[in-house]
Design a protein around this ligand. Sequence first.
Ligand code: ADP
Ligand code: MG
Length: 729
Amino acid sequence: MTSLRFKAVVAASRKTPVEVKAPKERPSEYFAKYVFNQEKMFRYLPRETYRQLRQAIEESMPLSLEVANEVATGMKKWAMEMGVTHCTHWFQPLTEGTAEKHDAFVEHDFKGGMIEDFTGKQLTQQEPDASSFPSGGIRSTFEARGYSAWDPASPVFIIGDTLMIPTVFISYTGEALDYKAPLKKSIAAVDKAATSVAQLFDQSVKRVTVNLGWEQEYFLVDEAFYHARPDLMLTGRTLMGHDSAKNQQMDDHYFGAIPERVAEFMKDLEIQALELGIPCKTRHNEVAPNQFELAPIFEECNLAVDHNMLIMSLMRKVAKKHGFRTLLHEKPFAGVNGSGKHNNWSLSTNSGTLLHSPGKTPEENLRFAVFIVETLKGVHRHNGLLKASIASASNAYRLGANEAPPAIISAFLGKQLGELLDKIEHSTTEELFTIEGKHGMKLDIPQIPELMIDNTDRNRTSPFAFVGNRFEFRAVGSSANCASALIALNTAVAEALTNFRQRVDDFIAKGKSQTAAILDVLREDIKTIRPIIFEGNGYCDSWKAEAKARGLDCEESVPLMIDAYLREESVQMFESMNVMKRAELEARNEIKWETYQKRVQIESRVLGDLCMNHIIPVANKYQTELVDNVLKIQKTFSEEDARRLTLYNVDLIEKINKHTTFIAQATDEMVEARKRANTIPGIREKAIAYHDEIAPYLESIRRHIDKLELIVEDEMWTLPKYRELLFIR
Ligand code: ADP
Ligand code: MG
């Protein structure tokens, strides 16, 4: 038993859990230990500096260099007490990961020695050598350099010996080269539009906050198996592998007991996450074997996105310590569930949440209805864009492909909310104006029972579902930066709310009462959003046809989905909401197409290599054994007996030959298809060619490999099988 695979089996089965010692303090005491949060600001900064920094954060104002210097001095004191020697700007380039470049605190003291130094300039602005980050041509057409600038709304934190400073990353001419800059702009757009609508109901509303609670799904595999699977290592997913005889059909993994090794990993991860100020709350097994989920308590959107980026890198790091690898890919294994990242999204004001029902008064219920309907208005108008915002080469295996919900955005409301909207739509103004209530009129809006919160979460197939006090955007991929989806969603909602307020004001100017104006606009919008509301089973085939008839975006090819960013209504939305300009959108699309094309290219190359170096040689070896067996039988027995005795093996030889011939031919064809695609000059067209001409080979070749896996003698098969990868001992 010397094959790579059996070595991996032995290594994996001998692992004992790495025990994690919990800190002596309670979680509430070590929470945010490594974060320069409000409490530390107060402790380490002069009073006036503290006040100015808080004000800058709350009002999203830039810091003066003078204040920045004071802040840096306080931060340095805290950091050095914590053993920190380096600092880095930490940003989110368009590669889905995060980037950092470390600088030591040391400076010349000009007396021949060194001193620890950290200035306001270092804190607030850096010029990372940005030339190798994707920019979609922005830096070549505009200005070569890019710079990173501290976002004071994202607190600075410590990892190891390094002070991490969350920053935006922009070109010298102001175009965003990252996710954070447009995300912050989209949050500001929602704040402005939603505050103005909320003020129709309550003048004391000063500000609206976007909240995000993400639920991160992931797989763990034993590192020994991971290292024996080049496809996992290089592409993040298995490009082949026959179903395990047992996988998720017994539903015994979901909410089941967490294996001890995994429990120790989770404990370790959560302690470190809590120390970094990530408010971890829920952990459990997911549906597929070896699949798990971690969810924190929701936070302000910008901070929540930082925390999600942080948890993904923390997961990778901590898993290694426990002899695992974390798979964040949306579909690491065919035949079992993929991983998503539900984004729980809500709006709240300084005085409470805007998407919660029931309200205490009919006015509050009307406000609730307005925010629900206008959110859906944005989702309806930009459903293609929202789909583009979650589209990626890896999420495509989860959405719109086998064993997955279709790539169509629709919204689920649940029975009670649906009835409320029906009631408003079909009400007449007269009906609503019977004398009663605060403004001398009765608002005929039914009370919505509290029950709704438990009642709305049943439809698991909906990509955008109302769940009592928030919407859950479920189509987001597990490996994605949530910001991509939220930039689109926030901006679409901001546009709808801006437009809503405008139309209400127009009606009021024409002499309508405010409530009548609101109801009129609301009724119109409820009619408009009907096509996006779908309460049925999203997995059902008939839904595709129906969605098409309703005019929803049904595009299934990722490179073509991405076109949605450049449709006139999208460009106009991003520009008018002051989130992104056309040139930025164009540049970002170049990156999206290029990323897509490269990822398919890598998968195709890896598969080709594995076919030639593993699959075909192993199949040939086994086939030779069978041939030897046949020859020996023929030598030993009479012709008639030999024919009978070799029947089965001859059949196997034929089958193996059929599969290897297909694999070899298809691999050659795939290489030729890549060569042709690589000569295409435009990146969009190249991505389309990779989708249409190359990606299908990944599926067809795989089918034949998986058949071979069942035929070839177990001991000869070099790659760990699903039954090994999917079950942690
Ligand atoms: P489920 O798996 O049933 O959807 P979880 O408890 O796993 O539920 O996740 C719920 C997520 O929703 C958590 O991150 C939670 O903090 C978040 N959440 C709860 N209320 C809100 C809200 N008002 N706005 C945004 N997120 C919320
Ligand atoms: Mg959820």
